[in-house]
Write a protein that binds this ligand. Sequence first.
Ligand code: 4AD
Ligand code: MG
Length: 441
Amino acid sequence: MSIEKATKTHLVTIESAGQHEGAEVTLRGWLYNLRESGKLLFPIFRDGTGLMQGVVSQKENPAAFEALRGLTQESSVIVSGRVRAEPRAPGGYELAVSEVEVVQRVPENDPYPIQLKEHGVDFLLDRRHLWIRTPRQAAILRIRAEAIRAAREYMDDQGYILTDTPIFTPAACEGTTTLFEVQYIDEQKAYLTQSGQLYLEATAAALGKVYCFGPTFRAEKSKTRRHLTEFWMLEPEAAYAHLEDMMALGEGLVSHMVQSVLKNRARELETLKRDTSKLAGVKPPFPRITYDEAVETLQKRGNPAKWGDDFGGDEETILSSQFDRPVIVHRYPAAIKAFYMQPDPERRELALGFDTLAPEGYGEIIGGGERIADYDLLVRRLRENNLPEEAFQWYLDLRRYGSVPHAGFGLGLERTVAWICGTEHIREVIPFPRMIYRVYP
Ligand code: 4AD
Ligand code: MG
């Protein structure tokens, strides 16, 4: 049987095999595992959509039996057989194998390095290009894809226009300590983007409601389970929008992502043994507390936080543990927030900014707020933050020519997906994680 022939027969994916009960089908994939029991073989195949157990009898199918006997893990195979219900098999169906074509046989003397046992995480990260084949990792990546699809769908449905922002930038957006500097052409310096926000403020003035969704870079020197040096951020920005509008948009976006994964990736969540009862109630409205109230809560719980402190992982975990859905903390002290944040007119020491904290200790998934629209105030803030005014002239133009109140936020994709999946560390939810000590593979 050739690949060409297989595509002309009843080619199915494992995910959909159950719909072909009783029929003869062909699967294309890999040998995930093989159990030999005398004159019977029980291979488990995977094809990227799931796992399916097969059964082959030496007596009935000697050729298929010989092809599979002793076949090494992860050898690629095209198999045909009849689908039958088998309640004890993973997925509820098994394949009575009749034909097998080995596409590539993994050599016996160089076996697949990841065995079906526990391995250390560094061992697995060094082999991330292979690790992603395991059912758990594949399920996570399928959930990530659904979260992205749902996020785009939500933004598009809300009338936001996708405007892609540059990756090479001339200046910092989120503080100079996490900037990645790169040598640009002819002695020029550039930095990898920390956020598309400043450019979105320009496209928002051109198009009204906009968003970007792309890779973001931060030279994070700390080794935590919430930080990557390269991650994906979805950032909306809207002209004439205020803090309240963005808190509502963020809760709608997060809820739609969670509900879409629950609906369309139930099998994958089951593979991860995720307690989905903790996600089912993630719907608007999210609870909202002020920074002042947050500090009070922390102190009541014995945390040493004082007014004016920024919150770290521990504080975020305490705050979010009181709620069954994400909590929005708003109006932080301006001094601990970025240079572009609009001060609260009622209390100038506060910024009209907010963070959305995920439950179960996953921390900040969204940060955003209202931007300074006034030219003089923005110039003052640039100076106070020792930022190079020349590099920001184009940004100041937005306050010279038709400045309007505007607001936006950034949602960290990996933190959101890590929470939805219930993974311990966010490194598992991106195909190839980039961290302080890791850029391989
Ligand atoms: O709070 P941040 O720094 O906000 C901004 O960059 C704004 N300019 C966004 C905007 O208003 N357009 O980052 C936004 C989110 C965080 O809430 C977090 O979820 C995620 O990005 N994030 C990270 N995720 C993984 N690894 C890191 N090192 C991250 N740093 C931020
Ligand atoms: Mg933040």
